[in-house]
Design a protein around this ligand. Structure first.
Ligand code: 26W
Length: 819
């Protein structure tokens, strides 16, 4: 026991300094005098880790010792954001570290800037996974997050002449102090080859997979600290390595160079995050990634975390796997393979266990975002899994036929394997058939999931479908990102809100208190000034602090309608430029965009170019100085969000109704006291209901109206013809007003809006401009605006990811916290 005891360094300034210098000298191998900022940062990160280590080791030991049920969160993406401040916050070390570093002549502000954020996700889905594991640790619920350690995360976005140019994200280049590699716990993963039947010792006929090649998955562990509760969970990310056997066969053939090449080939699997976040490209490497991490994760939990001889019929008592969208769904046939082929359980019993172990969350409504793997590809890469899927499907369809005799159309619609346009495996169908529960991520989304995406399934299994509205972690997105507002809140109601966000309700009476409102405005102003400074240093923008700050940050996608936002800005510009409105009559605004486009999404990239073009025209017009400004800082990421969101007055959530599954940025803004201008979409619906319709600017078509308009045949040009300002705005872009007079530059964007406009931006234009006029009028009364903003904060406690996690626990997982 004594030998085992890990003791944390003393949590006082002396204890910290001693440990920090030890890390600098013995860990980094430098003296304080010679240390670079990177040395200092790495030593600091390792020092902070030491304070969390004892709890972590205890949590891991407990997992193996006690028969408690854990959550296995399976996600191809974790958009973690920087780790240092999160760890300092969880361990309550910020004061000690600030003082200790000062004694060494160093500043925490400088060192935290040295950290490259792990951007191992694209957007909402990956960030949600990061919020969820934070909340589970804070709720003391055992959870292992499983995913992929991409060597390159989401690309670094740069602009060249206003166009997006992608650079590799080399987040590991300067060292990665937050990870712990465990090569001794590696897992082999096989691919391709064929299957064969054979007669087993007991005389039964069985199938075995004879794979053609394989790789090794090396786990890297990351701490997931709960907020000041002594709990530290684990995030386990897998990195692909070549197998020795693989190289040896080639080495034996004498071709050294080929052997080394083979190594690179294997290691490609975890090389790079796919940057598409809605249209799957059916790429073989993507399927390899999915199977790779899922195979490693299941084997890790079933044979390493649990004993090798654990009675697997009791597996559902120890684990519940959550499928974060369809990306990890190949886990279903993999578990069947492990149970049937490896552990020799009868098929029916294995299926019973599997069905109890999985649940599926869908994160989209766009049909093109639903993954369908071509049968040829899946069969070549994972022949045994294809056979298993085929049998699952056959048994499922037999059930359907028994319940709905003669309805072959229904059978076709529901089949896991589709025939058209090519033979493909519909991963959402497989997930639904195999899961105990299927959930959407906001009320409206869950309803549309039932009625439109999986209608047949919700008819035969209504009890399978449920909703869990998304949430965001208040630790990172309020307590850490907005220290000024956090301080004000804590002064008013104490600090219990950090782990019990419903407590924010206690702020409600203060919305009526003029002095509190004034302090709230001071906080907002200080946050704006912090942002203005950051954008000056980071991107060279010169922005005024006074104007309303109007922010639209999210992936660039047509359904999210950045182009609608642009039409608003162009209209304001045109009103002044044409002399219809005097600049002095306009409510001054600074517009901020942040958005990455998938590198292959051409229209999205053209839209980025247009945003930059409008920004440079507006920003260089002296008549607009102090009135309209547009900033588009490159490479929007979690770190930038942490400064941007607390500064915002207005949050733009303007997707076409029925397209945004939930949104989580919308929650972060409201929680930080921005008012929302938004459509009746995703979680906007719930935000509006909770904050009150007077404190939310609603506009636009409702989802059923969108469906009607589509059915009638939507003609965007009719809106162009009948709205003079809309016509002028589009004509201005088409005439080259933002492209040095060149009408060709943005012709495709204009033509797309005029003739396609899949997401009905033109139909919602007038309603949007009217709503913006209401925003201007409301903002003119600063006192009333701050009242609304405070009410937004006070009423957004529901959107804590702690609440989301409690909902998953109550409705889906049925796990208990540990003491
Ligand atoms: C390339 C295939 C693909 C398809 C879908 C990649 C990634 C996706 C994701 C499901 C897209 C995504 O991030 N969805 C977002 O999930 C958030 C968390 O639930 C929601 O808040 C967003 O509304 C939803 O767009």
């Amino acid at each position: 026991r004594a030998l085992e005891a890990v003791r944390a360094p003393a949590a006082d300034v002396d204890g910290f300094v001693r440990e920090f210098l030890r890390e600098l000298n013995f860990g980094q191998g430098v003296s304080l005098a010679r240390a670079t900022v990177n040395d200092q940062y790495l030593a600091l990160a390792r020092t902070v880790r030491h304070y969390l280590m004892a709890r972590w080791l205890e949590a891991i030991a407990h997992q193996r010792r006690e028969p408690v049920k854990a959550v296995g969160y399976l996600s191809a993406e974790y958009l973690l954001g920087r780790q240092l401040d999160n760890a300092l916050l969880a361990a309550d070390l910020e004061g000690v570290v600030t003082d200790g570093l000062a004694q060494c002549g160093l500043s925490l502000d400088t060192l935290r800037e040295q950290e490259e954020e792990p951007g191992l996700g694209n957007g909402g889905l990956g960030r949600l996974a990061a919020c969820f594991i934070d909340s589970l640790a804070t709720l003391s619920v055992p959870c292992i997050g499983y995913g992929i350690r991409y060597e390159y995360g989401i690309f670094r976005q740069t602009f060249v002449d206003g166009r997006q140019v992608e650079q590799p994200d080399t987040w590991l280049a300067l060292g990665s102090p937050w990870e712990f590699p465990h090569p001794e716990s590696s897992q082999p993963v096989n691919f391709a080859g064929h299957t064969e039947t054979f007669v087993d010792d007991d005389g039964s006929e069985r199938t075995r997979w004879v794979p053609e090649w394989g790789v090794i998955g090396v786990p890297y562990n990351y701490m997931v600290p709960g907020y000041r509760n002594g709990r530290v969970n684990t995030l386990r990310l897998w990195s692909a390595q070549a197998t020795k056997a693989f190289d040896l066969s080639i080495f034996n053939g004498g071709d050294y160079v080929d052997a080394v090449r083979a190594q690179t080939f294997a290691e490609n699997i975890s090389k790079v995050l796919y940057p598409e976040d809605s249209t799957p490209q059916g790429k073989e490497l993507r399927l390899q990634q999915q199977y790779f991490f899922v195979a490693c994760s299941l084997a890790d939990f079933m044979f390493e975390v649990l004993d090798k001889d654990f009675d697997l019929t009791r597996l559902p008592e120890r684990i519940v796997f959550q499928l974060n969208d369809t990306h990890p769904v190949i886990a279903v046939p993999e578990m069947m393979r492990l149970l049937v082929d490896v552990k020799k359980l009868p098929w029916d019993q294995a299926w019973e266990i599997t069905r109890q172990c999985f649940n599926y969350t869908c994160h989209t409504l766009l049909p093109e975002a639903l993954e369908v793997w071509p049968v040829d590809l899946l069969r070549r890469l994972l022949p045994r899994h294809y056979e298993i899927i085929d049998r699952i499907n056959a048994e499922f369809l037999a059930d359907v036929r028994a319940r709905f005799p003669g309805d072959e159309m229904m059978v076709r619609r529901m089949s896991i394997i589709s025939d058209y346009p090519e033979r493909g495996v519909r991963m959402a169908h497989l997930a639904t058939v195999a899961s105990g529960r299927v959930n959407g991520v906001a009320e409206l989304h869950s309803q549309l999931l039932r009625d439109k995406v999986l209608p047949d399934f919700s008819r035969i299994w209504p009890e399978k479908f449920t909703n869990v509205t998304n949430g965001v972690t208040p630790r990172r997105f309020l307590r850490h990102a907005n220290p000024s507002l956090s301080g004000l809140i804590t002064e008013a109601i104490g600090d219990g809100w950090v782990t019990d966000l419903d407590k924010l309700q206690e702020l409600e009476p203060l919305a009526g208190d003029a002095s509190f409102r004034a302090r709230f405005r001071e906080v907002k102003r200080a946050n704006k000034s912090r942002l203005v400074n950051l954008l000056r240093e980071r991107d060279g923008y010169e922005l005024p602090v006074e104007p309303m700050l109007d922010v639209m940050v999210k992936r660039l996608h047509e359904y999210k309608r950045q182009s609608l936002k642009l039409l608003h800005i162009v209209t304001l510009y045109d009103r002044i430029a044409s002399g219809r409105v005097a600049a002095s009559q306009i409510q001054p605004r600074t517009f901020v965009f942040g958005a990455k486009a998938a590198p292959g999404y051409w229209m999205a990239k053209e839209t980025i170019h247009l945003i930059n073009a409008v920004a440079s025209t507006v920003n260089s017009d002296p008549a607009l100085e102090g009135v309209l400004h547009v900033a588009f800082p490159a490479n929007y990421n979690v770190t930038l969000a942490e400064t941007l969101i607390p500064a915002a007055d207005l949050s733009e959530q303007i997707s076409l109704a029925g397209k945004e599954a939930s949104g989580t940025g919308n929650m972060k803004f409201a929680l930080n006291g921005a008012l929302t201008i938004g459509t009746d979409d995703g979680a906007n619906v719930e935000i509006r209901r909770l904050v009150g319709e007077d404190n939310f600017f609603l506009f636009g078509l409702l989802e059923p109206e969108v469906a009607d308009l589509s059915a009638q045949g939507y003609v965007p040009s009719s809106f162009y013809e009948s709205d003079d300002e809309l016509k002028r705005a589009l004509d201005l872009i088409a005439a080259g007003a933002f492209s040095g007079g060149n009408p060709d530059t943005f012709a495709p964007v204009v033509s797309n809006l005029l003739h396609e406009d899949r997401f009905m931006a033109l139909a919602d234009y007038r309603a949007y401009l009217d709503a913006q006029a209401r925003v201007d009028a409301a903002y003119a009364d600063q006192d009333a605006w701050s009242r609304s903003a405070i009410l937004n904060v006070a009423r957004c406690g529901f959107f804590s990811s702690d609440r989301s996690m409690r909902d998953y626990i109550d409705r889906i997982w049925h796990t208990d916290p540990v003491s």
